[in-house]
Design a protein around this ligand. Sequence first.
Ligand code: NI
Length: 429
Amino acid sequence: MRILIEKADCLIYEDNDFNFKNSDVCIDGDLIVSVGKIPESFSAEGVIDGRGKLLIPGLINAHTHAYMTIFRNSADDLMFNDWLFGRILPMEDKLEDGDSYWGTMLGICEMIRTGTTCYLDMYIKGDENARAVCESGIRAVLSRGLVGKGNDKDGAMRLREAVDEISRWNGKGNGRLSFMLAPHAPYTCDPDYIKIVMQSAKELGIGINTHLSEGRVEIKEIYEKYGCSPIKLIEKTGMFSLKTVAAHCVHLSDEDIEILAENKVSVATNPVSNLKLANGVAPVPKLLKAGVNVCLGTDGAASNNTLNLFRELSMLTLIHKGVNEDSQAVSAKEGIKIATVNGAAALGLDGIGQIKVGMKADLALIDLNAVNMVPNNNPVAALAYSANGSEVQTVIVNGEILMENRELKGIDEERIRYEVAGIAKRIGA
Ligand code: NI
């Protein structure tokens, strides 16, 4: 479809900086074909009024577990190990076929409603998440979570399932769907298993999504077992030679930071989840200074408890100021870059994350007349410090309108709410 967005204030990324330009934006098929002057040959089939609105590239959630919306507000105020082993895993064991689809759909609704157009997911049940992505219209990089020791039977089965899923779904949804492999964490996967997963990733030509250095218990356990930090351990396996997104990276030595920078590992920081599970605060300013590509994630709704990247952006740009007593620690501009440009780089999707001719039309239109956004003194500051996600009015992914004036298109939100509430009740969430 050919869409014209008229006279919106567009957030343009140029020369490592953000600027605003009041422009017409033309979309043809899945691509942005002009920003500024409307090409003479362009005839729009649909027109969106952008006056009084801010057009931003859709936000990129670089770490989540979308199906975990099922567990929202059911495991709170617990320390990490009690949360995971005492509460989440027993509930997960009760999930049945089809549950993950509904949980993922609910997560997708929430992400679209709050301006997220692409996410990197880790989950336990294949095919259902892919189906949800295809049906909903959102863009995603999917990865089935893998747990294993050496060449044990269960670990091998999970890897086989992941590889099979990739062969069925990669590139589906008009190219919206791609994959990584996801060895869950160094405390659930031993180095030999990680090497087996790496081999498959190499053969498939895809990257790795993992959790690293999230909490102190993990750091202690890995030191006791292997005599080094989780980052050092994973470096020794050779995994960082593959394109890697490492979630959390909260507890890092200077040497760890050097290793991440040297190996061009992308770090997906999840400030709210780290706070809620009392894991601490990641050294994001130090990572940025070392040149690490930091991107932003919400983690699952079981530890956040929302998938709203505006809340995450606010936390990201506030917490490091307070902790470091430095008002420049992570600026509003840096935060927005982390949630867009850096997210795209982390996921290896160079066609998204910016409003630019030739990029995919993954966009969110934000109401500048919302009371909390007025007056429009500084839109960059407004995005980081004033917005809460409810200002997102219209969302486009791959040139398709997924939400218009806050109404989701082609998604039966009422049915999704009903199904997820039923699942939560059944598993005792
Ligand atoms: Ni996670």
